[in-house]
Design a protein around this ligand. Structure first.
Ligand code: GSH
Length: 215
């Protein structure tokens, strides 16, 4: 098989890429990496020394691609399917990248800050940073609430890479700062994302690992 994905089912950035793969039924070999296992972690470090997943290996092109957005762009270009994850139209492609960046940098990053604080050694937590991250999430929700008015997907009528980015970002962020009745457009959007079969499948596959998440 030409494509190999190094990932973990619980990881939000990995779920973003899994959602893109499932959208178009793209065949790939799943390679789950367990960072708790020293050897698996060291072996993965030989593939991508930064040691962050997801990473895609395209054997046919002899390419190793890190970064979730770059992986999805690669899939869109070389393994296209019925769902155009990156639109041909230059303006729509720009908006897709813009909102993909927005979800990664302004939702995923603060969400990760809050979640990973739970794994810090005792006495080394960063309460100030966590509160700041919660404020950033609230600001991001406000922007998205306006943006999503009258829109099915974040760039309009078509589902794109930006919606793949939104899915795990909002799914996990909602546990940290609830997307409540102050955000009717955003919560309806999250509901649509959750019911999209591609992301629903990624969540289902993550469920066996949910007890690894902090309470
Ligand atoms: N910018 C990267 C972020 C990837 C990322 O943060 N991955 C996390 C899992 S969700 C990870 O590998 N964390 C382990 C670490 O940073 O040591 C992307 O878009 O792929």
């Amino acid at each position: 098989m030409s494509l190999k994905l190094y990932f973990h089912p619980l990881s939000s950035f990995c779920q973003k890429v899994l959602t893109a793969l499932y959208e178009n039924g793209t065949a790939f070999e799943p390679c789950i990496v367990n960072f708790m296992d020293e050897k698996e972690s060291a072996d993965f470090g030989k593939i991508w020394p930064i040691r962050q997943f997801p990473v895609l290996r395209d054997e046919a092109r002899e390419l190793t691609i890190p970064e979730s957005s770059m992986i999805i762009e690669h899939l869109a270009r070389h393994y296209p399917g019925k769902v155009q994850l990156l639109p041909d139209d230059a303006e729509l492609a720009f908006e897709t990248r813009l909102y993909d960046r927005f979800f990664d940098l302004h939702v995923q990053v603060p969400m990760q800050k809050i979640v990973t604080d739970n794994f810090r050694p005792e006495g080394q937590n960063d309460g100030f940073g966590v509160e700041e991250a919660k404020r950033k999430l609230t600001t991001a929700y406000g922007i998205l609430e306006q943006r999503l008015k009258g829109k099915e997907w974040v760039t309009g009528g078509n589902y794109t890479m930006a919606d793949c980015a939104a899915s795990p970002a909002l799914f996990y962020a909602n546990f940290e700062v609830p997307i409540d009745s102050n955000y009717p457009n955003l919560s309806a959007y999250l509901d649509r994302l959750m019911h999209r079969p591609s992301f629903a499948r990624a969540v289902e596959e993550a469920k066996p690992y949910f007890d690894l998440r902090p309470e």
